[in-house]
Design a protein around this ligand. Structure first.
Ligand SMILES: [Zn+2]
Ligand SMILES: [Zn+2]
Length: 324
């Protein structure tokens, strides 16, 4: 069975859980770890069974609880290299480093951690997290509690394991095949995903200024489409945001409006998905009903109990799981 649950969606935090076969993946971790776990339990998902976190981009509403969640569960985080670097820059106050300097710093930190662990090997108590392994891959890490804690305090960017993927190059996590694709958005190397397991294809496309040809090509033959429907153009124009922020949202690397989402659904989308979930709705510049009406109008004639059911992802509570 394949199961998809939006835990949160919007500018205050984004995260979803996908389950397929024996594999469970968190897509983005934009709420605090505590809140992510609370919502997972509400939705009937056990946080302890997560296998990995995949990250779309480094904006805060997608990574807020990332480090704590990954450490607590001892699971790997999948990024593009650009997103990982940008995330680390965000967490590290020294901003003038070149990439070469940064690499050198990472090497030194890894060596220091290793030395620390070697020195204290055997003295620590068993760690509560299972499967925790440092970037060096040392087999002793999981048996030593204190050094992990220390390194976390010294290095806010420390993660149990980091895996890189590249947009356009599919990769696997357990029973999932994941197809990342580039999206136009003002982040270092932002991506959307098509996640596939048991022949079920789930598309995730939020945080994009418009729908370019490569995204149109990816969002075909889906069973579920999570699509951004961020703002109503008039509400944004007349709303409370400063002009510079309005410009950013409206730009080609900003966010998808209700109208733009509807235009995609009407003209480009193949109508094959059982569910279309509207996501990343702005609380200041949109109303759920406006987003819904625009999408349903665009899908007119193609909606039924089996096809194109329109759901709205929410900011403050998880959406009921969708199962295949
Ligand atoms: Zn973003
Ligand atoms: Zn976002």
């Amino acid at each position: 069975m394949v199961r998809f649950t939006v835990l949160a969606s919007g500018s205050k935090g984004n995260s979803a859980v996908v389950v397929g076969g024996r594999t469970r993946i968190l897509v983005d971790a934009g709420l605090s770890c505590r809140e992510l776990f609370r919502r997972m339990r509400l939705a009937g998902e056990d946080p302890a069974t997560l296998d990995a976190i995949v990250v779309t981009h480094e904006h805060q509403d997608h990574v807020n609880g990332l480090a704590v969640t990954a450490r607590k569960l001892g699971i790997p985080v999948y990024f593009t290299e650009g997103t990982h670097r940008a995330w680390m820059r965000w967490l590290t106050p020294r901003r003038q480093m070149t990439y070469a300097q940064w690499l050198e710093q990472c090497r030194k930190q890894a060596a220091a951690r290793q030395a620390e662990m070697d020195a204290e090997d055997g003295e620590g108590e068993p760690d509560e997290g299972d499967g925790v392994a440092g970037p060096s891959g040392s087999a002793t890490v999981a048996e030593v509690a204190e050094p992990i804690h220390d390194s976390q305090v010294k290095d806010p960017t420390w993660l149990p394991a980091v895996e890189y993927f590249r947009a356009g190059e599919p990769f696997r996590i357990g029973d999932f095949s994941i197809h990342p694709f580039t999206i136009p958005h003002d982040a270092a190397d932002p991506v959307g995903f098509v996640l596939e397991a048991e022949g079920v294809r789930l598309g995730v496309a939020t945080d994009l200024g418009y729908v370019p040809p490569n995204v149109k090509a990816q969002l075909k033959g889906l069973d579920l489409l999570l699509l951004e429907s961020n703002h109503d153009l008039e509400m944004l124009r007349d709303g409370p945001y400063p002009w510079s922020v309005k410009q950013r949202v409206l730009s080609r690397v900003g966010h998808l409006s209700n109208d733009a989402a509807a235009e995609f659904l009407e003209k480009e989308y193949d109508g094959r998905a059982a569910y279309v979930i509207l996501a990343h709705l702005s609380e200041s510049n949109n109303l759920p009903e406006l987003a819904r009406v625009a999408a349903e109008r665009a899908l007119q004639g193609r909606m039924s109990l089996l096809a194109n059911q329109v759901l709205l992802a929410e900011q403050h509570q998880p959406l009921s799981s969708v199962c295949f």
